[in-house]
Design a protein around this ligand. Structure first.
Ligand SMILES: C[S@@+](CC[C@H](N)C(=O)[O-])C[C@H]1O[C@@H](n2cnc3c(N)ncnc32)[C@H](O)[C@@H]1O
Length: 230
């Protein structure tokens, strides 16, 4: 029996207001899920670095938002076996792939929920009061309202908790024809660099109390953004 929680209740404004997110992601990823990990290996940079930098403590609660096929969750489970892992995604097909992957690997399945990131509620979805770490790995660049997703995540952190984001950057250090071609190709999958994320994170830090940092990767191709709640 599947352990995936579905947040499609009529009481959830995030689902009511965005009824098509789950359908769109389902349509996009149903055919792609089989080749997803193999193809993304070559262009989703920085994911392993982000995982190495997590430096999790035993019992830390980690939510991976837009967890996809569970590639990152599996790497985290192997590196930090005592962490408590949770994955959220809009596409049921991706969550089913994650569940299968953990079964095949003989690892304890993470808590999984189908919902939109913009309506994250760790209590309702995962039965935890708050998270110690929340990860967005190449998911904010696909979202309808990435700033709202960041705000919800920041509000879901325990004191001292951290947000970790890795995603496409401005590509400003790349040869411009290459950057243009890459941007056009990503746009075919509704993926866009989100320049509003770094300022939104700084504003969240001002309002909630905390610090932010940013690391450029590969001439601006990608970037890692971080927020630590004080
Ligand atoms: C490019 S994949 C990244 C998967 C994984 N994090 C990785 O690094 O390989 C983006 C994922 O985000 C999910 N997603 C997109 N918009 C979402 C939203 N608003 N709420 C929840 N998940 C979303 C998609 O279904 C997809 O699985």
């Amino acid at each position: 029996m599947s352990g995936i929680v579905t947040a499609d209740s009529e009481d959830r404004p995030d689902i009511r207001d965005r009824p098509d997110i789950q359908d769109r992601m389902e349509r996009m990823y149903r055919p792609q899920r089989l080749i997803y990990d193999l193809t993304r290996k070559y262009y989703l940079f920085g994911r392993d670095r982000l995982i190495a930098e997590l430096a999790l403590l035993p019992g830390d609660r980690v939510i991976d938002i837009g967890c996809g096929t569970g590639r990152n969750l599996e790497a985290i489970a192997r590196r930090y076996p005592e962490a408590r892992l949770f994955g959220l995604d809009a596409a049921a097909v991706m969550l089913a792939t994650t569940e299968k992957r953990f079964g095949k690997a003989g690892l304890a399945a993470p808590g999984l929920a189908r919902a939109s990131a913009e309506g994250l509620d760790p209590g309702e979805l995962f039965g935890i009061e708050a998270a110690d770490h929340i990860i967005f790995s190449y998911s904010l660049s696909m979202m309808d309202d990435p700033v709202q997703a960041l705000e919800r995540a920041a509000a879901s952190l325990a004191p001292g908790g951290r947000l970790h984001i890795v995603d496409f950057g401005p590509m400003d250090g790349l040869p411009q024809p290459l950057a243009r071609a890459m941007r056009a190709w990503l746009a075919r999958f509704a993926v866009h660099h989100r320049p509003e994320l770094a300022p939104a994170l700084r504003q969240i830090a001002q309002i909630r109390g905390g610090t932010t940092s940013r690391t450029r990767l590969s001439f601006g191709y990608a970037e890692i953004l971080r927020f630590r709640r004080t």
